[in-house]
Every structure is written in structure tokens, then in C-alpha cells.
Design a binder for this molecule. Structure first.
Ligand SMILES: [Cu+2]
Length: 249
């Protein structure tokens, strides 16, 4: 009898998914801050030709795969603190805007379950198509200006969602979905800051899309090499700030 109970408990444990993130107060939370920098001269990236609606979009758009700002700071890297199951409340929703024929923001990050929406601010058809690996997670025609579609439930799994516009080959972007609100996207100076982290030791991962050109795919979309990931071990002390800088090259 005991053995059967043990087997049932084991079977239940195996069938139960990882516990969902739990919001609790973090009175002694610490901060992770740092800068992402590019080492050496960044590659010169060709602009992306616009395949249609040139009257609205222009003839070409600068690629946003790698944007190096003042003091070599890299914009649009995502920094993730791994393995936090209890902590602060998520910061707020993500809005991915089709604006002047670009995805704004080019890179965004969110927590599973947080409200996420796609918007079209242009007066032309955009078709926003998101892939998690090779699987479509949303595919949305947005023909009208100021149209908005909720994709919260489509982002139920952590991972990197690549977003393209099926109407415009130059348009692409990224939504990184994390299992906790402990993430940041580096700003124009390459700086990032993640607050309210429960004290402890963590792995911290940087993700940045690929930026070394690899030609065009069959549809004429620019290809780049594989995304970069860099993982570091970090200890967060109560109410203190830990500094971690990352370098891309
Ligand atoms: Cu488009």
C-alpha cells in the first residue's frame, strides 16, 4: 500500500510542471547593474532595402541588429537573471508597435503571463509573425492604423521569439520571454539595471541577436549569424549592487 502511494506521489511529481513564478515582497533585494560594450570597431552593416510601400517606408532602412552608441555601449542586449521563482511583481506590459515600417522596440523583453500587445501605427498593412524556434506563436494581419491585438496568451513559454513582417522583408525584431521579471534590455549607452533581486547566487545570461551578415534568404531577408549568449555567475547581497559588464565582439 505504502509503495503504491509512493508511486502515485512520484507520478504526480513528474506530471506537475515547474511551479509558476510567485510574487512576494523582497524587503532586502539587491541590484544587478552593468554595461554591454562592443570591443573593437563594430562591423559596418548594410541598410535593408524596402520591398514595398516605399512611399510610406522609404527606399531602405538601417538595420538594428547591432547599434553601438557612445563609449562603445551596445543597445538591445537582453540580460536575464536565471532561476528566480519568487520575487517582485512584473513591471508592466509590452507593446510591439509597427511604426514607420519598423518594429518599435526592435528588442523587447517580458515575463510569461504579462500583458503583451501588437499595434500598427502606420496606415498600411503590416503582418506581424512571431516564431519560437521554427514554430509560429502568432501571425497577425494588421491592415488598419491604430489596430491592436493582444498576444499575452501566445507568449506562455519562455524563449526568444523572432518577429518578422510578412509584408515587408526588411522588418524584423525580437521579444525575449522570461520566466520571471528579472530581466533588462540595454539602453542607448549599453547600460542595464535590474532591481529587487532576492539575495543569492545566480547565473546571469546576456543574449544578443546575431549581427555578422550572412547574405539573404530566399525571400530577400537579411540573415545574420547565430545570436550571442554569455553566461556569468553573480552573487547578489542584500540591498547591495553587484556590477557585471559584458563585452561583444
Ligand atoms: Cu510590415
Amino acid at each position: 500500500m505504502l509503495r503504491i502511494v509512493a508511486m502515485v506521489v512520484l507520478a504526480m511529481a513528474l506530471a506537475t510542471p515547474a511551479p509558476a513564478y510567485e510574487v512576494v515582497t523582497v524587503p532586502d533585494g539587491g541590484t544587478l547593474a552593468g554595461v554591454v560594450r562592443f570591443a573593437g570597431p563594430p562591423p559596418k552593416l548594410d541598410p535593408l532595402p524596402v520591398n514595398k510601400n516605399r512611399d510610406v517606408c522609404g527606399d531602405e532602412k538601417a538595420t538594428e541588429a547591432l547599434i553601438v552608441g557612445p563609449d562603445h555601449g551596445v543597445r538591445g542586449s537582453v540580460i536575464l537573471v536565471e532561476g528566480v521563482t519568487r520575487g517582485k511583481a512584473p513591471a508592466g506590459e509590452v507593446l510591439l508597435d509597427n511604426h514607420k515600417c519598423l518594429f518599435v522596440s526592435h528588442v523587447s523583453a517580458t515575463t510569461t503571463g504579462e500583458r503583451a500587445r501588437v499595434k500598427n501605427s502606420d496606415g498600411i498593412l503590416h503582418n506581424t509573425h512571431g516564431f519560437l524556434a521554427r514554430t509560429t506563436v502568432f501571425n497577425l494581419a494588421l491592415p488598419n492604423r491604430d489596430q491592436m491585438i493582444d498576444i499575452t496568451r501566445r507568449l506562455g513559454k519562455p524563449g526568444v521569439v523572432r518577429v518578422v513582417c510578412d509584408a515587408h522583408t526588411h522588418m524584423f525584431g525580437w521579444i525575449v520571454v522570461h520566466d520571471s521579471p528579472y530581466f533588462a534590455v540595454s539602453d542607448d549607452h549599453g547600460a542595464f539595471r535590474i532591481e529587487g533581486i532576492p539575495p543569492g547566487s545566480y547565473k546571469v545570461t546576456l543574449w544578443h541577436e546575431g549581427y555578422r551578415p550572412r547574405g539573404l534568404d530566399k525571400d530577400g531577408r537579411a540573415l545574420y549569424d547565430e545570436p550571442r549568449t554569455i553566461t556569468r555567475d553573480v552573487t547578489i547581497a542584500p540591498t547591495a549592487t553587484a556590477t557585471v559588464d559584458f563585452e561583444l565582439k
